[in-house]
Design a binder for this molecule. Structure first.
Ligand code: GPK
Length: 755
């Protein structure tokens, strides 16, 4: 690769010196540089190719990430710094793509980075949503969902001339394809993210500032939104149309490309493997069968056998509401051909296994998508050891009895290029100094443990935290309009808002802490508690939880007795960019889901890697983090997943009885005390109060007392900075396991068998 000379490029492109160039023009210069470099990388071209099909890809901004992967980041950064420029400021001109929602989508993005980095031939396939997931605004301390017009000024999308016809029940549409290059770190080759769009899409259906639109005009609306509201029949149908459009395009592309590489289609499984990310792409199974039989003359039985050996499924949750089930009649409306094949597949499955618990179509004519994946895929995996165990022993036990060999665990991972190299440059260069640069590609951080008692290294580690906090405070001031004290303990819970993740339990802690400070117990360091996350627009209680947090934030800020010691901040429109600013700055990582409910979590890994200490229940990948770092380097509390499963099984959980404990009642009733209610929306606060008191389905009251005690222990421990930094170092040294390069090596060795 030729050397970079930004001074020369500035002269050539703009006829001015690099020092004189404004940030916007530097941004344009860098975009062009990355595009040119990336365009010259040849595609990976192995015989067998992976198609990672996913409804979401939460890719984040790409400029810095791509410079890292193309190996030009450090050089560019040095030259910009020398010319008096700040890359963080330049990056602000990039608009973050809005193609994802939460952990599952971010996982897909980390995986694409690792697949390319390992030199494997594998593309992501999804949809090009024009307004993506909604953009979150706060109005009157409540969430307002507005369209995210991210597509306006995008430099990353490259047109592709593939176009397919997708036939629905009573009409057909045409697709068009755009690609996003995915270079690999330390590789001269690349892969791509392939995003299908509707040729006839009409952005005009979305009226300005609202996400309401005509859900019936499928030929115009199909690629407007990710996860359009599905609280009514039209919305649910639209989601099925989207899913079928996505997989029909994916399957047609896969077959075309396999034929190009020499497949006669009888041997398709030697040329392609499909990873079904959650149940949204499940219809790729019947669609591949349909194409092989009706378009390519293969017999039905053979087509089933072929497909059975080339699709694999990843489960990301045990929550029933997230496991898709569609009425057969709805599938019939979207695609009669696909519904017919599903009926046949159901008959095959029933002939093989006469057990209603594993039926694809149940007695209400509802189609269980995950069941189709398990019967007609060759692999099913969970995303953390505990989650896979729960699938095997409980949630999917009847399937595990039939197909034990199909089940495996693939504990999630994160790409260190984005989450340290890009997001935490100070830590990255400390690691380079102390253990060498290999960690960037091997993920091996274990040598750091040799420095656990090295005072100099511990001090330098503490300095990286100060630097990360400065970047975060600048982001909070400029983007969010909040001032955070420089000496505050940063305590963070960022993730989608959901009752099982228990943001409401942290809110109850905040009430406890507020009252404690009111009683004169002033913390030594101020504590800033930062939330971030969106709530599904149709999920009322989650909206109520956001309202409680925002109302508490305001209430505390307005109380001069408490404000100097306690601050509550909720990031508006939390996204990947915000995560990159806030995670490196965190001291405390809140991973407080009800045990058994969080399949894995991936922010837990990002926090650990960036030297935050984890305050957690033994859920998801927290269990593995705890095993790696040892009891003295993590703070765990709460009921175990076994105890929780038992409570659900017995039906003996009694929120009301716990509520009546005086210490707990005080906290819950704070939500509806008249003065507090008067500052917020009484209906929302009352509903949330009643829900916690009367139902509390995710058992916040079960763990609240132990949570408060444990958190107070964490805050006290923070005062001994030497011991604290030693713990942080041990956490970083053990984070190597959670490199997505490790995860992807396992997918490849045990499932995909590429190269
Ligand atoms: C799981 F089922 C789902 C879903 O619809 N969306 C989503 O983001 C998450 N997830 C899990 O909740 C996390 O525990 C997990 O780490 C992540 O998927 C990736 O596996």
């Amino acid at each position: 690769m030729p050397q970079i000379n930004l001074t020369e490029l500035a002269e050539q492109s703009f006829g001015t010196s690099l020092e004189q160039l404004d940030d916007r023009r530097i941004y344009k210069l860098l975009v062009k540089l990355v595009q040119e470099r990336s365009a010259t990388c040849p595609l990976n071209n192995g015989k067998k190719k992976l198609y990672y099909i996913s409804a979401e890809f939460l890719i984040g901004k790409l400029l810095i990430n791509n410079m890292i992967d193309l190996g030009i980041y450090d050089e560019v950064k040095d030259q910009l710094t020398a010319a008096g420029h700040d890359l963080n400021k330049i990056e602000e001109f990039e608009v973050e793509p809005s193609l994802g929602n939460g952990g599952l989508g971010r996982l897909a993005a980390c995986f694409l980075d690792s697949i390319a980095t390992l030199g494997l031939t594998g593309d992501g396939v999804g949809l090009n949503y024009h307004y993506g997931l909604f953009r979150q605004r706060f109005v009157d301390n409540q969430q307002k969902a507005v369209p995210d017009e991210w597509l306006g000024e995008q430099d990353i999308l490259v047109d592709d001339d593939h176009s397919y016809t997708v036939e629905f029940g009573d009409f057909a549409v045409t697709s068009k394809l755009v690609n996003i290059d995915v270079p690999g770190y330390g590789q001269s080759t690349k892969n791509r993210l392939r995003l299908f769009d509707l040729a006839s899409v009409d952005d005009g259906l979305v009226p300005g500032s609202s996400i309401d639109f005509d859900k019936t005009e499928i030929a115009k609306n199909l690629t407007l939104f990710l996860y359009p509201d599905d609280s009514d029949e039209q919305g649910r149908l639209l989601r099925i149309y989207q899913e079928y459009f996505m997989v029909s395009n994916a399957a047609q592309l896969l077959i075309d490309e396999a034929v190009e590489r020499g497949s006669n289609l009888h041997d398709l499984a030697d040329y392609a493997v499909v990873q079904i990310n959650d149940t949204h792409p499940t219809m790729v199974i019947p669609e591949l069968i349909r194409l092989l039989t009706t378009e390519h003359g293969i017999e039905f039985d053979e087509a089933v056998t072929i497909v059975r050996s080339m699709v694999a499924y990843t489960n990301h949750t045990i929550l029933a509401e997230a496991l898709e089930k569609w009425p057969l009649a709805s599938l019939q409306k979207v695609s009669p051909a696909i519904a017919d094949i599903i009926v046949k597949l159901d008959e095959i499955a029933k002939a093989e296994h006469d057990d209603p618990r594993v039926a694809i179509i149940d007695k209400h004519d509802t189609v269980h998508m995950a069941h189709m994946d398990i019967h007609f895929g060759f692999s099913i995996n969970g995303v953390a050891a505990l989650h896979t165990k729960i699938l095997e022993d409980t949630e999917l036990h009847p399937f595990y009895e039939i197909y034990p060999e199909k089940f495996s665990n693939k504990t999630n991972g994160i790409t260190f290029r984005r989450w340290v190299h890009g997001a935490n440059p100070a830590l990255a260069s400390l690691l380079d100094d102390v253990i060498g640069t290999d960690w960037r590609s091997t993920g091996d951080l274990s040598k750091l443990a040799n420095f656990a008692d090295d005072k100099d290294v511990l001090e330098r580690l503490a300095a990286t935290k100060v630097e990360a906090k400065a970047i975060m405070r600048q982001f909070m001031a400029l983007e969010q309009g909040v001032t955070i004290p420089s000496n505050a303990i940063i305590d963070v819970q960022v993730k989608r808002i959901h009752e099982y993740k228990r943001q409401q339990m942290l809110a109850l802690y905040i009430i406890w802490k507020y009252l404690d400070i009111k009683n004169g117990n002033r913390p030594k360091h101020p504590v800033t508690i930062i939330f971030g996350g969106k709530a599904a627009p149709a999920y009322t209680i989650a909206q109520d939880i956001i309202h409680l947090i925002l109302t508490l934030s305001q209430w505390i800020a307005n109380d001069p007795d408490v404000a100097p010691y306690l601050q509550v901040v909720m990031i508006e429109n939390y996204n990947v960019t915000a995560a990159e600013r806030v995670i490196p700055a965190a001291d405390i990582s809140e991973q407080i889901s009800l045990a058994s409910k969080e399949a894995s979590g991936t922010s837990n890994m990002k926090f650990m890697l960036n030297g935050a200490l984890t305050l957690c229940t033994l859920d998801g990948a927290n269990v593995e983090i705890a095993e790696l770092v040892g009891d003295e380097n993590i703070y765990t509390f709460g009921a175990s997943s076994k105890q929780v499963e038992q409570l659900y099984a017995d039906g003996t959980y009694n929120a009301g009885a716990l509520y009546r404990k005086p210490g707990i009642k005080l906290l819950v009733d704070f939500i509806t005390n008249p003065a507090f209610m008067a500052t917020g929306n009484a209906e929302r606060l009352q509903r949330l109060h009643d829900d916690i008191k009367g139902k509390d389905w995710f058992m916040a009251l079960l763990d609240i007392e132990e949570y408060i005690q444990t958190k107070e222990r964490v805050l006290a421990d923070y005062e001994d900075q030497d011991t604290w930094m030693r713990k942080a170092l041990i956490n970083i040294a053990n984070a190597g396991t959670f490199s997505s390069d490790r995860t992807i090596s396992q997918y490849n060795d045990e499932i995909w068998h590429l190269n």
